[in-house]
Design a protein around this ligand. Structure first.
Ligand code: TMP
Length: 241
């Protein structure tokens, strides 16, 4: 995009994104980590101070919880337990990293957040309203200023990661659990869930602009990384107008 069409100058990005918390979310393989990193690099090159984080995880305790959630068979884990564990990791992340960084005027860029619980655990049978209530307990006033959903067809996401759900979904009786011990750590516990589960995740994410209590913008994540980055860069400026 020519500079004359830009909503913000480079300086505006640095000034206006101080103490802002931006989440990059989307289905598996949506490119959220790549886009978070590229956004952060560009902002830092302009002089912005950026803190990156990842949910679940991002702290020592959060990484232990992440390992419980993603490296094990969760077949017998109640979806409420699963939801609480995601929230527990997030509570630690907010207290230890996000809040102090925002208070210091930094821009916090995070992979996933409560928006992911709204999509994945709701797809696994948990109630959306409850997720949002629990989210409020977990993060108190530290909600994202903006959540970007990188929207991609599920099949493209899995093609990009080179991983596959373990079941096609047709013959499964318990769609909420993985139903097996993970024999391949490359495919995590959530990715191992059936395609139907992931389709529901995507559909729920697409409804978040109406249901989530903070601003959510959908970005088409199916193009190449450069094109998606340019779109993200402009969408962020539009979101804070
Ligand atoms: P990722 O770090 O590669 O995105 O993997 C995290 C996985 O955990 C991903 O499949 C999405 C899933 N997840 C949930 O099910 N609920 C959540 O609240 C979060 C943050 C992630």
């Amino acid at each position: 995009m020519p500079q004359s069409d830009a909503i913000w100058t480079d300086k505006d990005y640095v000034e206006n994104l101080r103490s802002k918390f931006i989440v990059f979310d989307g289905p598996d393989g949506s490119g959220k980590s790549t886009q978070r990193e590229r956004f952060g690099e560009r902002l830092e090159a302009l002089g912005g101070e950026v803190v990156h984080c990842k949910d679940p995880g991002g702290t020592d305790f959060g990484n232990m919880i992440r390992s419980i959630l993603l490296d094990h068979d969760l077949t017998n884990m109640d979806v409420r337990c699963e939801t609480f564990l995601f929230m527990a990791s997030r509570a630690q992340l907010v207290g230890e990293k996000v809040k102090p960084a925002l208070e210091a005027g930094k821009t916090v860029l995070c992979d996933r957040f409560i928006s992911s619980t709204c999509a994945y655990q709701v797809a696994a049978g948990y109630d959306m309203k409850r997720v949002l209530e629990l989210g409020q307990y977990a993060v108190e006033d530290v909600w994202p200023d903006l959540t970007l959903i990188l929207d991609v067809p599920i099949e493209l996401g899995f093609e990009r990661t080179g991983r596959q759900p373990k079941h096609a979904g047709k013959n499964r009786s318990r769609h909420a659990g993985q139903g097996m011990l993970l024999d391949d750590v490359q495919t995590d516990a959530m990715e191992a869930r059936p395609l139907d589960f992931h389709r529901k995740v995507r559909e729920t994410m697409r409804t978040l602009p109406e249901t989530y209590p903070r601003k959510v913008m959908i970005v088409d994540g199916s193009g190449d990384a450069d094109a998606v980055h340019e779109e993200v860069w402009q969408v962020v400026a539009r979101a804070f107008q």
